[in-house]
Design a protein around this ligand. Structure first.
Ligand code: MSP
Length: 433
């Protein structure tokens, strides 16, 4: 038998600073849907998710709660795993950045970068946003009432200076620009690729701060232990550490790398399409085939946030509507390129119009007629007419159209095709009463 084609899909590894909400659930369910679809098509699939557990924010949250950072994240990770189980998410592996298997790989990678001159020691001066764990340049921050604020979350930033290691991103800038321009499918949807090229690459890449000394909760730099590896080298390497990269048992790595798709939200596309390709290139590894960035699920017009108190959790939706309806809702509501919107009213409307009226009606009419007229047994009567031929054609065309949409990660569009078919089937029943 020829070897099955492989398909490796990942979600971002989420920060376990709080429980996962419907936004995290969207990405995870979308990846699960893709993995299941590919499996159905005969691919040997591997689906990775996990948690990104280090950093100052978690350290502080744990302190507030009076527990160790590890105890703090353990509880949230347990909740996340319960949630994915509830959502019937069938991942192959769940990587935690506190796993020893991960930390070892991160240390090796960091050392290799240092030894080959990609990482150097310097000192960092910048405007720091603690909640986002991000440094910003004076031109990037936004001013609100005279206060310099984070362009991502809008909270105040503080000036900060410390000894840090830096990754020489600038060295790889031309290579990356050329790569992106010659691989138009690497970043999808394409509009996001233009944004990366025009807003980040063309103006010139800044070297990236990759270690910190101001907190302890991270992977120690083994040759300079007052430093911990700072966020992106730690986080991004999960996609290969989980496969056993650079360990004696690297059969998963050899089988599944490069990934077919990293599914991410639009706010982290920069890290996945600039820093990550450069890191991989510096390691001499092939790049993932695609980074797909989806929009956000907004609550009405707003970004969900705990401080606004407008966060929706999937568990609550499941309690009211069930797992399938919840999965259906998030997949249906997220368009290919833009943001999706969620409100309780919208969920109820979808539930009634799509699931009850279109699908529910079709199932109900089919099953009750089958029971009433054929004793509940479906047999081929051999009778066919023009109406049947048309229905058959629609069914097979739909299958192909769905495969086409799914190949492009247009999941919501694929769902629309499914429901168009259900409508057609309802019409068939009307036509043949
Ligand atoms: N830890 C980093 C990712 C590292 S990946 C190497 C991180 N974590 S996060 O907890 O903030 O998760 C962000 C991701 O969660 C988004 O990229 C997206 O996949 C998902 N979402 C979180 N909120 C979301 C919405 N409101 N809507 C849709 N997806 C959202 O960033």
């Amino acid at each position: 038998m020829p070897e099955k084609k492989t398909y490796y899909i990942t979600t971002p590894i989420y920060y376990p600073s709080g429980n996962m909400h419907i936004g995290h659930t969207y990405t995870t369910v979308a990846a699960d849907t893709m993995a299941r679809f590919k499996k159905m098509q005969g691919y040997d699939t591997y689906f990775l998710t996990g948690t990104d557990e280090h950093g100052q924010k978690i350290e502080r949250k744990a302190e507030e709660k009076g527990v160790t950072p590890k105890a703090y994240v353990d509880e949230i990770v347990a909740n996340a795993k319960d949630l994915w189980k509830l959502m019937e998410v069938e991942y192959n592996d769940f990587i935690r950045t506190t796993d020893e298997r991960h930390e070892k790989v991160v240390q090796k990678i960091f050392r290799q970068f240092y030894e080959q001159g990609d990482i150097y020691k310097g000192s960092y001066e910048g405007l720091y946003c603690t909640p986002c764990e991000a440094f910003w340049t004076p031109t990037q921050v936004v001013e609100k009432d005279g206060v310099k604020c984070c362009p991502d979350c809008g909270r105040p930033v503080e000036p900060m200076q410390e000894e840090s290691y830096f990754f020489r991103m600038s060295k790889y800038q031309d290579w990356l620009l050329d790569y992106l321009q010659t691989h138009p499918d690497f970043i999808q949807p394409a509009s996001r690729a233009n944004e990366m090229i025009n807003n980040f690459l063309k103006p010139g890449l800044q070297d990236l701060c990759v270690s910190r000394t101001s907190f302890k909760w991270g992977v120690p730099v083994d040759f300079d232990p007052k430093h911990v590896v700072y966020v992106w080298i730690d986080a991004l390497s999960n996609y290969i550490s989980a496969l056993g990269y650079d360990t004696p048992d690297d059969h998963l790595f050899r089988k599944y790398w490069p990934a077919d798709v990293h599914l991410v939200g639009k706010e982290i596309v920069r890290f996945h399409t600039i820093y990550w390709p450069i890191m991989l290139h510096a390691l001499g590894l092939p790049l993932p085939k695609q980074v797909f960035a989806h929009g956000w699920l907004l609550f009405g017009n707003d970004k969900m946030s705990k401080s606004k108190g407008n966060v929706i959790y999937a568990d609550d939706m499941v309690e009211l509507f069930g797992v399938d309806a919840t999965r259906y809702f998030v997949l249906h509501e997220m368009p290919f390129e833009n943001d999706g919107v969620i409100t309780w009213d919208l969920v109820i409307e979808r539930f009634n119009s799509d699931l009850a009226n279109i699908l529910g009606n079709l199932v109900n009419r089919t099953v009750s007629m089958s029971n009433k007229y054929f004793g509940g047994v479906v047999t081929s009567t051999g009778v066919t007419g023009e109406v049947d031929a048309d229905l058959k054609a629609v069914v097979t065309e739909t299958r192909d159209r769905i495969a086409g949409k799914m190949a492009k990660l247009r999941v919501a569009d694929a769902i629309s095709e499914v429901f168009a078919l259900f409508r057609r089937c309802n019409k068939y029943i009307d036509e043949t009463t």
